[in-house]
Design a protein around this ligand. Structure first.
Ligand code: ADP
Ligand code: MG
Length: 551
């Protein structure tokens, strides 16, 4: 059965597979586009429109549409209501996935079930889990979720196999998210060295600046008119802003007419002006890139053999030129930024990874154990790929890292209040798994202590860093789960050792173990992050299945 890679993007989504000739191929959607806008439009109670048609329909009735849902992934406090039905970020994403899969099934005439879905490298566990659940709700078998820059590197590397170890810097600026990642490619091994990003920074922010500029130009000429209350005018301004931005990637200057309440204003936007209006936004991406490069350098990465530009926004000439400027500081040895299928590379890499996963899973199955003879042929036959492909896939090894630090909340022993009034003492987070630890990761037992004499129980609070470079202060972390170690033996003195171990699987599932070694009292818990259980997934699935999606 063919496995597929899906780039579930903030702005655009894309689906690819490895074709009969062994090359990653993008499957066009039902209207022939390579990518599908990640817009969902709730036309009627039982009819949902996805993609370009949804983006157009949203112009007239924005209140019936959802855009940029990826920015909300993993949030339990966000929901949407349309025609009496409640939707979560997962169920909205599931509708997009379902549409991509259905369109590909129609085009290829074969089922789409096994998929790898990509996520930004800095997505935390909650967002990854939410993405996986979105796939399940859409009725897909999610082989894995994969970091987008790793996918981009895989697809980039596919065309340029390398002998000696190389370092890649992936700079991905999309419509709503930015991330930058240092990747080491050594033969068949692909490793993330470190990663940084901002989930609230992307093309939409550029569009907002252009829109504000257009509005100012209009109101400067007609101070008494206020078009901001006219929703349709404002929506059209959005579209115009994005179009201008795209056109200014190739043109130097563009003119537009703004019409409102009988007044017309002609405005001109030049590329220079656009770059001025958005200089701080680009600067933010460069600062994050610089910090990420610094962290890579501390891990022994001296320079980059290649700089890979991904994401539609990297078509802006300013991106490559400013990035070149930044890299030139490190001397001319670094590879200069190259655009590599900025819209398709992530889905293509995910398709490669999906095939790798499938081959490796086949290896783990009964056929894998009866010796290597003919194994690649059997796997190849079943997957519909060549034996050479199967063999090269099997040896490929993609390691990912802990996206951000994970730890437990502890009391600051140096705070005098710790002994007298612990609840008012200073707390901070000890990261048992620091950001960038390769997965699967095991912290080994880390020893903490009880706080009070005769403490009967102990709460283990698990916290996750909110930024890869965050400190151990609570403000830089967020609580993601907790467990209670109960029934500690009586009369334990304070500072009785408690050992806590974190294990994180390759897919980002975090298992926590806390034990008081003398009595053996222990607690284990896997984090139910996002808190949607099997029954809830089944319910959501039923709700999504009811819709006839069209596009
Ligand atoms: P995402 O990963 O968020 O889904 P994409 O990689 O598809 O996003 O990038 C979408 C963004 O790229 C949008 O903001 C879009 O306006 C922008 N974009 C697309 N083409 C161009 C272009 N030629 N010039 C500038 N920006 C572009
Ligand atoms: Mg993207």
């Amino acid at each position: 059965m063919t496995a597929f890679g899906i780039d579930l993007g903030t702005t655009n989504s894309c689906l690819a597979y490895i074709d009969e000739s062994g090359r990653p191929a993008v499957v066009r959607n039902s209207i022939g586009e390579n990518t599908t806008p990640s817009v969902v439009y709730f036309e009627r109670r039982d009819s949902v429109v996805i993609g370009s048609a949804a983006a157009n329909a949203a112009l007239l009735a924005p209140e019936l549409a959802v855009r940029h849902v990826k920015r909300r992934m993993g949030r339990k406090d966000v929901d949407f209501h349309f025609h009496g039905t409640r939707y979560t970020p997962e169920t909205i994403s599931a509708l997009i996935l379902k549409e991509l899969a259905a369109a590909a099934e129609r085009r290829l005439g074969r089922p789409v079930r096994d998929v790898v879905i990509t996520v930004p490298a800095y997505f935390g566990v909650a967002e990854r889990e939410a993405t996986r659940r979105a796939g399940e709700i859409a009725g897909l078998d999610v082989l894995d979720v994969l970091a987008e820059p790793v996918a981009a590197a895989l697809s980039h590397q596919h065309g340029h196999p390398a002998g000696s170890p190389r370092h890649l810097l992936v700079y991905d600026l999309g419509g709503g998210t930015f991330d930058t990642t240092v990747i080491r490619v050594d033969g068949d091994d692909v490793n993330v060295v470190c990663t940084g990003g901002d989930r609230d920074l992307g093309g939409a922010d550029w569009d907002a600046r252009i829109r504000a500029f257009l509005l100012e130009e209009f109101t400067a000429r007609h101070p008494r008119l206020d078009p901001t209350a006219d929703e349709q005018f404002m929506q059209e301004l959005w579209i115009m802003a994005e179009q201008l931005k795209k056109e200014l990637s190739s043109a130097r200057s563009r003119r537009r007419n703004l019409r409102f309440a009988g007044a017309t204003v002609q405005v001109e936007l030049t590329r220079e002006r656009l770059e001025e209006l958005t200089a701080d936004l680009l600067q933010r991406t460069l600062k994050i890139t610089e910090d990420t490069i610094d962290r890579a350098r501390r891990q022994g990465v001296a320079g980059f053999d290649e700089v890979v530009l991904v994401g539609g926004m990297t078509r802006m000439p300013a991106v490559a030129s400013r990035l070149e400027g930044l890299l030139a500081k490190d001397g001319p040895a670094d590879g200069m930024p190259r655009r590599h299928e900025p819209d398709l590379a992530v889905a293509q890499g995910a398709a490669l990874f999906a095939l790798i996963k499938q081959v490796q899973q086949e290896d783990d199955g009964p056929d894998g154990r009866d010796g290597p003879d003919g194994r690649d042929e059997r796997v190849a036959d079943r997957l519909g790929i060549s034996a050479e492909q199967a063999e090269s896939m099997r040896s490929r090894n993609v390691t990912t890292v802990v996206p951000r630090g994970f730890g437990v909340k502890v009391i600051d022993e140096h705070d005098p209040l710790a002994a007298t009034d612990p609840m008012r003492a200073r707390f901070f987070v000890v990261h048992l798994l620091p950001a960038d630890t390769p997965l699967p990761a095991d912290s080994g037992p880390v020893v903490f202590g009880t706080v009070l004499d005769n403490q009967p129980m102990l709460e283990v609070e698990v916290w996750e860093q909110t930024r890869p470079d965050g400190t151990e202060e609570l403000a830089d972390n967020t609580m993601i789960g907790r467990g209670m170690l109960r029934g500690l033996p009586p009369r334990l003195p304070r500072k009785t050792p408690i050992e806590i171990t974190f294990h994180m699987s390759e897919t980002g599932r975090l298992s926590v173990h806390a034990v008081e070694p003398r009595s053996g009292r222990e607690v284990r818990f896997d984090l139910q992050i996002g808190g949607m259980d099997k029954a809830a997934v089944a319910d959501a699935k039923a709700a999504v299945a009811r819709h006839d999606t069209t596009s």
